[in-house]
Design a protein around this ligand. Structure first.
Ligand code: IPM
Ligand code: MN
Length: 349
């Protein structure tokens, strides 16, 4: 079986980190067909869009997208992202964004009292609605009474599927699910969210569930990250919490994500490091490829290659522990040197 992967390396450091993720996967000896799609900000300047109009047709037949990063200072962020990542997530109905927040050995964390044994959280982010529904508008433009409205949309079906998936994941881990909410200030969306969590909980007697206000949860991630196992959160809450989580695991360069439709196994998933295009360091060859390599491991899981996924993750683990490391995580190595070390660890193992 040949896996067909669309490579959307994208902007900034995207191509640099994706190259290392590909190199590592290629060492595994599985059959991959990588198809590079030149979409992103450069494409935008040529065609007036981040992706071609028929992007959905062009992605048909791929099992996965490996995405680097999207966004460049020359295109307004809301244009570049609604024309790429956010469009992919919503239109492909990739409703779960899974983000492991695990501190690897050898990687410095800003938390003084904690190490790899205590920082292992799995975030499950609702990925198509909530604060990212894309509902709203502007009026009275330029007038003193100008209005900007951004509506959060929570549907029972949308909340239920992501919450159920988070329960399933929690039942395979330490059996604790923490639901991030804000139902003290919100009277509608998060109250619905809480009710759905409570209902779905009845299906999982083996999982302990707790409801935590998102502000308190942010503090708890810093004070006692070891008290958390799986966290399920809305689109915006998980966006914010996973940047905090990335900081706990050593920085944005370490963090990986999988955009999935778990109810449609065998269909396309999008795998991307959590960091952005980082234009400030693009082209210097110093970006950390760990998040991209880790995302490729999540992709292998999605493709039904759990052993290869584990091998890749272990190689990354080994390289983080023994070096080389990029400078954001305390080393002095280049992107390529880290990628080469991961590939070498795979060849040796
Ligand atoms: C992320 C990113 C995106 C998000 C941006 C780039 C739109 O921050 O994947 O976390 O907000 O989801
Ligand atoms: Mn984010």
């Amino acid at each position: 079986m040949t896996y067909r992967v669309a490579v959307l390396a994208g902007d900034g450091v995207g191509p640099e980190v994706v190259a290392e993720a590909r190199r590592a996967v290629d060492v595994l000896g599985l059959a991959f067909e990588w198809v590079e799609l030149p979409w992103g900000s450069a494409w935008y300047h040529e065609h007036g869009r981040m992706m071609p109009e028929d992007w959905e047709d062009q992605l048909a037949g791929f099992q996965a997208v490996l995405l680097g990063a999207m966004g460049d200072p020359s295109v307004p962020d809301h244009v570049s992202l609604w024309g790429s990542i956010l469009e992919l997530r919503q239109r492909l109905d990739l409703w779960a964004n899974v983000r492991p927040c695990r501190l690897l050995e050898g990687i410095p964390t800003p938390l003084a009292d904690y190490g790899p044994a205590e920082i292992d959280i799995l975030f499950v982010r609702e990925n198509t609605e909530g604060e990212y529904a894309g509902v709203g508008g502007r009026s009275h433009r330029g007038l003193p009474g100008e209005v900007g409205i951004e509506v959060s949309v929570f549907t029972r079906a949308g909340v239920e599927r992501v919450v159920r998936y988070a329960f399933e994941l929690a039942s395979t881990r330490r059996g604790l699910l923490t639901s991030a909410t804000k139902s003290n200030a919100s009277r509608f969306g998060y109250v619905l969210w809480d009710e759905v969590v409570e209902e779905v909980a009845a299906e999982f007697p083996g999982v302990r569930v707790e409801r935590v206000l998102v502000d308190a949860l942010a503090a708890r991630m810093v004070r006692s990250p070891d008290s958390l196992d799986v966290v399920v959160a809305s689109n915006l809450f998980a966006d914010i919490l996973t940047d905090l989580g990335a900081a706990l695991q050593g920085g944005m360069g370490m963090s990986a994500s999988a955009n999935l439709a778990p109810d449609r196994p065998g269909t396309i998933g999008v795998f991307e490091p959590v960091h952005g295009s980082a234009p400030d360091i693009a082209g210097q060859g110093i970006a950390n490829p760990a998040g991209a390599i880790w995302s490729a491991s999540l992709m292998l899981d999605h493709l039904g290659e759990p052993e290869a996924a584990q091998r890749l993750l272990k190689a990354l683990d080994d390289v983080c522990r023994d070096g080389p490391r990029t400078r954001d995580v305390g080393g002095a190595a280049t992107t390529r040197e880290v990628g080469a070390a991961v590939a070498a660890a795979l060849s040796a193992g």
